[in-house]
Design a protein around this ligand. Structure first.
Ligand code: CDP
Length: 243
C-alpha cells in the first residue's frame, strides 16, 4: 500500500508558533484513538472536540431530560470545563470526570441534535481554540480542518467502510468479536448518524485522505506521525525548525 501524498501546499510554521494537526472524519472512523496515539508519539496534547459535544449533551440530559432545546443546553454548559491532563484535555462537570457519562448510548443517540445548535458549536469552538493556545496539539472532530482551524499545519481526513467501522466500535465496546447480526445493526446506526452529521462533516480541500479500512491502528498512526514530523522537525527546505 502506498503512502498518502502530503498536502500540496504545506503550511510553514512561523518560528515559535504552535503547531496544529487536525484529524476529521465520520463516526467511528478511529479519529479519537488515532489522535491520542499521534499526540503521544509527537509529544503534543490531544483535544477531542466530540467529547465536548457529548459533555454538553450529557449535562443537558441529566438536568432537563431529553426534551431540551438550545437555550436549555447553553444554560448548563457553564458547569463544564476542559481540563488538561498529561497528554489530553478532558471535559469535567463541576470538577468531576465525565469519561463514562459521555459514552452512554443515550448521549450517543442525542448528540447529533445538540451538535446542530449554533450556540453549542460556538461554545465548543471557543473552548477548543483556548485549549490549543500556545501549544502543539492534535485536534479531532468533524470540522476542525475547515471551521475551527482552517490554517492547521496538517489536516487529515479519515474514512473507513461502515461495516468495518461498526465492527471496530463493537469490539472496542464489548471486548470480544461481534456477530454479523450485531455488526449489521450497528452499521445501520452509524449510517444514520453519518446522515445527521453530514452538514458539519467536511473534508478540507487541503486534507490528506486516509482510508483505514485495511490499515491497522498502528499503521494509520504511523502515517500521520510521519507527515506531522515534517512540520515538527522542519523537513524539506523552507519549513521552519522547531523552536
Ligand atoms: O467517536 P464518534 O465518531 O462516535 O463521535 P465523537 O467524535 O465523539 O462525536 C460525537 C458527535 O459530536 C458527533 O456525532 C457529531 O454530531 C458531533 N461533533 C461535531 O458535530 N463536530 C465535531 N467537530 C465533533 C463532533
Amino acid at each position: 500500500m502506498s503512502m498518502p501524498t502530503p498536502p500540496s501546499s504545506p503550511r510553514i510554521r512561523a518560528a515559535g508558533a504552535s503547531l496544529v494537526v487536525a484529524i476529521d472524519g465520520p463516526a467511528a472512523s478511529g479519529k479519537s484513538s488515532t489522535a491520542q496515539w499521534v499526540a503521544q508519539r509527537l509529544g503534543f496534547r490531544h483535544i477531542d472536540s466530540g467529547a465536548l459535544y457529548r459533555a454538553a449533551t450529557a449535562v443537558a440530559l441529566a438536568r432537563a431530560g431529553d426534551t431540551f432545546d438550545e437555550t436549555t443546553v447553553l444554560s448548563f454548559v457553564g458547569e463544564l470545563s476542559l481540563e488538561p491532563s498529561r497528554h489530553t484535555f478532558a471535559p469535567m462537570w463541576n470538577g468531576e470526570s465525565m469519561e463514562e457519562l459521555i459514552r452512554a448510548p443515550e448521549v450517543t443517540r442525542l448528540v447529533s441534535r445538540v451538535a446542530q445548535m449554533r450556540g453549542v458549536r460556538a461554545w465548543v469552538d471557543a473552548n477548543v481554540r483556548r485549549a490549543a493556545e500556545g501549544r502543539d496539539v492534535v485536534v479531532d472532530g468533524r470540522d476542525i480542518g475547515t471551521v475551527v482551524f482552517p490554517d492547521a499545519h496538517l489536516k487529515v481526513f479519515l474514512i473507513a467502510d461502515p461495516w468495518e467501522r461498526a465492527r471496530r466500535r463493537l469490539t472496542q465496546r464489548h471486548g470480544r468479536a461481534p456477530t454479523d447480526a450485531e455488526i449489521a445493526e450497528e452499521t445501520e446506526r452509524l449510517v444514520q448518524r453519518d446522515a445527521k452529521d453530514a452538514t458539519q462533516t467536511v473534508q478540507a480541500k487541503d486534507a490528506v485522505l486516509i482510508d483505514t479500512t485495511y490499515l491497522t491502528q498502528a499503521e494509520q498512526v504511523e502515517r500521520i506521525v510521519s507527515l506531522a514530523r515534517v512540520f515538527r522537525d522542519g523537513g524539506p527546505e523552507g519549513l521552519a525548525p522547531r523552536s
